[in-house]
Design a binder for this molecule. Structure first.
Ligand code: SF4
Length: 320
């Protein structure tokens, strides 16, 4: 089997798009991510379900949700673009949006993600753009009713939010490579949306006649992004308590482009099958204690065979 066929990208991503979390999750443990890919994804736990419910509740505070029928791949990506457009409109008019679709290229791979929240915040130190910035925020839910320490924010969370910022900023700078996107996703940019989907656009978007193909919609969005500019270098993680959804406060960290780029490079090499996944280093072996693959993990077994053991016995009765 050729390397191209056997790469995780070829094996597990039929839609030819990686999610932002496909890249950020590798920072927790690549080996664990690799096992979960082969197992068909992670099984939804009660905690994950509680987290999804809280995210939905937060989204409903700022958006209405409606059911839309789609028939073609062009409809599917058209819907994502319309959601982006609605989200940008909310951001422009109210200063806040949630669940904003975002996309772009990392190396030659198309990457897609959904930003939990972007909001306008005032920063008196800034002497441009009316003294305010766009701040990107991700919401995390916890089973414990207190916020973690700043040093405990995992690098996977930081990479996730930093990649959101990078993708958002690229779009805000007008660098949408639409032809490349259509080609990679194998989309017919000039094929009209299906009747059912067009009906939805007609109800919810007054410019429907002009925006009946992906090419026209993408051009409109590109133009619309002219209103926005690069987001803040300060990124936010907001914590909610899974028990009752109450707010536990936020932690903030700085965007570090070099660090992100190094991670992106390493991740793409993994996805293309040009290197094997790695497990956690010895200093992070505590992650193995809470890992569902610990029992049969090859990385762990290999590492533990290299660890030398000193066993202590009590001289009195020889007990361990
Ligand atoms: Fe990673 Fe440890 Fe789990 Fe292996 S046991 S997959 S090294 S976290």
């Amino acid at each position: 089997m050729s390397k191209e066929i056997s790469s995780p990208y070829a094996q597990f991503r039929d839609l030819k798009a990686l999610y932002v979390t496909d890249i950020s999750s590798l920072a927790w443990c690549e080996q664990q991510f690799h096992y979960s890919l082969h197992a068909g994804g992670r099984t939804e736990t009660t905690e994950m379900k509680a987290g999804s419910d809280i995210h939905l509740k937060l989204e409903l505070e700022v958006h209405d949700l409606i059911k839309v029928s789609i028939e073609t791949s062009e409809d599917l990506w058209g819907l994502k673009l319309f959601n982006l457009l609605f989200g940008l409109e909310a951001l422009r008019t109210t200063g806040e949006t949630r669940e904003l679709p975002i996309f772009g290229f990392v190396s030659d791979i198309f990457v897609f993600g959904i930003i939990d929240q972007i909001k306008k915040f005032s920063n008196r130190r800034i002497r441009k753009n009316n003294d305010w910035e766009w701040r990107i925020c991700d919401t995390k839910t916890r089973s414990k009713c207190f916020r973690p320490k700043k040093s405990d924010v995992p690098s996977s969370v930081k990479y996730q939010i930093m990649l959101y910022k990078k993708l958002f900023d690229n779009l805000a700078e007008g660098s949408i490579e639409e032809e490349r996107i259509f080609e990679v996703l194998d989309l017919d940019a000039d094929k009209p949306f299906s009747k059912k989907f067009s009906k939805y656009i007609k109800i919810y978007f007054s410019n429907n006649k002009k925006l009946n193909t992906l090419r026209k919609l993408m051009a409109f969005i590109k133009n619309y992004f002219g209103f926005f500019w690069k987001s803040s270098n300060v990124l936010e993680v907001n914590y909610k308590y899974q028990g009752d959804g109450s707010d536990l406060g936020s932690l903030y960290f700085e965007y570090e482009e070099d660090m992100l780029d190094k991670h992106l490079k390493r991740s793409i090499i993994y996805w293309k099958g040009d290197r094997e996944p790695e497990g956690v280093p010895i200093e992070e072996a505590w992650k193995c204690q809470i890992c569902e693959y610990a029992e049969n993990c090859e990385w762990r077994l290999k590492k533990s065979s290299n660890v030398l053991e000193v066993n202590y016995k009590y001289q009195g009765d020889g007990s361990d």
